[in-house]
Design a binder for this molecule. Sequence first.
Ligand SMILES: [Zn+2]
Length: 128
Amino acid sequence: MSAPAVVSAGGTFATRDAFTGYVRAARARARRRRMRLALVSVPLGLAQLVMIRWLDARTPGPARLWIEGGVFVVYMVLVVGLIWQLVREDAVAAVRCPGCGQRLDDVSTRIALASGHCDSCGAPLFPA
Ligand SMILES: [Zn+2]
């Protein structure tokens, strides 16, 4: 991800508000990614339960287990893929210190908002 427009050429955010806005936007994007995962995995998981109940009543023998197992494996591959994509997107889109590139997690962000500095390298993130 390229440097956000709110970061000056000197490597700091233009203002505290610019930093706060950037953090809020990053958190909103992270919430949307988690919602996307939930909107895919939960309905498909529930649909799988309905399918199993439907197949149990209509399909005798081992064919039922192969179908249910195959659908479960496809579901798990999809969910693990979405989680992997979520983790990657979170890493790329994380708020980072313009000075050292350290990822600013929730605690680091709070420290930065209170102090104006990166808690890892001490670089100023925005003018006081
Ligand atoms: Zn830093």
